[in-house]
Design a protein around this ligand. Structure first.
Ligand code: SAM
Ligand code: SF4
Length: 325
């Protein structure tokens, strides 16, 4: 069974937001002082989430990533992870996190069946970290080390690169990731919501960063397991792999294999598009499994050919934490 969209792309990957709340405030993601969150009674409960993911796996989706907002602010996340990991056909369950609460939860998550994580970290300078996120770097480093000790592997560090904000931290991040055996991935800033659009003033084409790194290190092409669009190189003579995620300078829409679901059960077919499909009313009105499968098939056909971040940067009004970035 396969889920194939009208442009013949097979959808194998779902990014599942379990909450739109977050314990950090990265300025490019969530507005300062924002409190317009979804109400808890509108969040899908674990039974509802399990039903939707079971439907996706019946239709051929084999990778699910828990994300948010910050997924670790949702209570009992390991319990949800355990239920999802047990679904037939789900081969890969992963997590995107800001790592603030990983110190507490890493072991339980690993035991529940999460095998690998991506963690946001834009700098290892504590003062800058505070400016970007309003949080404490120590907590994040503690969380990352706990994740490594618990056996989560690989640990991929996602760094959104912004000119004049953290572009001069790249070499320190390389050293940090080399030291702790993490993979480092650079991401271009996207115009998601007003926060993302403002941050686009700091946009840098990652090819510039790659050219700069090439002057310092010998970079050789590399491959890395995972369901995403990153292109990897390895620093010769080390185990460090570096990924480049370039949605703006070199989009990868023709091979896009994913859709997203918000904490309230809205399916978003594309990060850069407002097309959506609401599953919550159907789930709460007793839809059958067969009809749910059909609805998901229909929804997939709303997936656009490509995002329009470059042509229409004003288009997406949701910020990243609302979609499940
Ligand atoms: N809270 C978790 C975290 O930070 O990893 C998961 C959700 S967060 C929305 C997922 C990813 O989206 C993070 O790596 C974050 O840096 C990225 N992100 C948020 N806003 C962005 C933007 N405007 N452009 C590019 N990446 C963005
Ligand atoms: Fe929170 Fe992640 Fe958004 Fe930062 S990027 S505000 S950690 S959801």
């Amino acid at each position: 069974m396969s889920l194939i969209d009208k442009y013949n792309r097979t959808i194998k990957y779902l990014r599942l937001s379990v909450t739109d709340r977050c314990d950090l405030r990265c300025f490019y993601c969530m507005p300062n002082g924002f409190d317009g969150y979804e109400e808890p009674e509108d969040w899908l409960n674990f039974d509802e989430i399990e039903r939707v993911i079971a439907s996706f796996t019946r239709l051929g989706v084999s990778s699910v990533r828990l994300t948010g907002g910050e997924p670790l602010v949702r209570k009992n996340l390991p319990e949800l992870a355990k239920r999802l990991a047990a679904l037939p056909g789900l081969d890969d369950l992963s997590l995107s996190t800001n790592a603030m609460q990983l110190g507490k939860h890493a072991e339980a998550l690993y035991n529940a069946g999460i095998s690998r994580i991506n963690a946001s970290l834009d700098t290892v300078d504590p003062v800058k970290f505070k400016t970007i996120t309003q949080g404490k770097l120590d907590k994040v480093v503690e969380g990352l080390l706990a994740a490594k000790a618990a056996g989560l592997n690989p640990i991929k560090i996602n760094m959104v690169i912004m000119k004049g904000v953290n572009d001069d931290d790249v070499e320190d991040m390389v050293d940090f990731c080399k030291e702790h055996e993490f993979t480092l991935r650079f991401i271009e800033t996207m115009p998601m919501g007003d926060t993302g659009r403002d941050a686009v003033d700091y946009y840098i084409d990652l090819h510039e960063i790659e050219a700069r790194l090439e002057k310092k290190y010998e970079l050789i092409p590399a491959v890395m397991a995972g369901a995403g669009p990153a292109r990897y190189v390895q620093v010769a003579g080390t185990d460090l792999k570096i990924g480049f995620i370039t949605p703006i300078s070199q989009h990868f829409c023709d091979t896009c294999n994913r859709v997203r679901m918000s904490a309230t059960g809205t399916l978003y077919m594309c990060l850069g598009d407002e097309h959506k499909y609401e599953l919550r009313p159907l789930l709460r009105n007793g839809i059958s499994d067969a009809d749910l499968d059909q609805v998901i098939r229909d929804a997939i056909n709303l997936k656009p050919l490509k995002h329009e971040f470059n042509e229409k940067p004003e288009k997406v009004v949701r910020f990243m934490s609302m979609t499940g970035g």
